[in-house]
Design a protein around this ligand. Sequence first.
Ligand code: G3H
Ligand code: 13P
Ligand code: ZN
Length: 312
Amino acid sequence: MPLVTTTEMFKKAYDGGYAIGAFNVNNMEIVQAITEACREEKAPVILQVSKGARAYANHTYLVKLVEAAVIECPEIPVALHLDHGDSFETCKSCIDGGFTSVMIDASSKPFAENIEITRKVVEYAHDHGVVVEAELGALAGVEDEVNVSAEDSHYTRPEEVEEFVAKTGCDSLAIAIGTSHGAYKFKPGTNPQLRFDILEEVSKKLPNFPIVLHGSSSVPQEYVKMVNENGGKMPGAIGVPEEQLRHAAELSVCKINIDSDLRLAMTGTIRKFFNEHPDKFDPREYLKPARANIKELVRHKLVDVLGCAGKA
Ligand code: G3H
Ligand code: 13P
Ligand code: ZN
């Protein structure tokens, strides 16, 4: 099956009480690990590419890697999505360059400006058969050059969502309910708790409308330990409890973004490999176990967290 948009995926996910995993891809091993797990678990998937990924790996390489995965996994629906598009130009370049979905993230701009930029992207995208994710509210954490401090972050205001969606025509909406980007989401010793009251208010105002959660890594302590025991230093790395993500997926959340967990699995595995084999220097030898561990982590997300296994 060729690359698809997220329209059908989200409709089924909304009605079925599960979410689609949106995993960030930066190289061949990560694309392979994600799509092999999805193929084996018969799960639809969103492969997403950030501005940083395009700068690192090059747009064409990433598109061709994803196209290769589509050929290798013909049974599962795959969408190719731009993560955190920062301007109309970046979105246009991805729409023209083979993506089936783009995010315009103008959430740091004033409300009216966010509407104006998002509407412009939606008009161009829809004319080209591409769907658009927009964002209201500001998540804390680091994404590319944008570093939103905890003080500058704010929850989505439910009273704004109807007007925003009506005026922009966006196809899905990312909201801020307490998740954040990166590996340090909550202070050690505190009780991580997403604001389900905000999610429910938003869903009441936007019935049948797909909601997106960014910053949804759970920061598996097994991999934090592996990093720390093998020369790394990541004290106090804490993520979103998986039961809360599962609950969000049962509600109106149709897309859950996971990147940091895959990075941790890769880094922990490679650090451990080098610690145990200081004489080895063939990249295939350390990338192979890293890829295998990412695959198993993705499988766990599909089956136990997102609930999308068997839904392809
Ligand atoms: O939200 C951001 C994603 O984790 C991508 O991160 O901008 O470092 O590629 P990146
Ligand atoms: P994490 O940093 O929690 O993996 O979030 C990823 C994300 O939101 C990508 O847009
Ligand atoms: Zn994000």
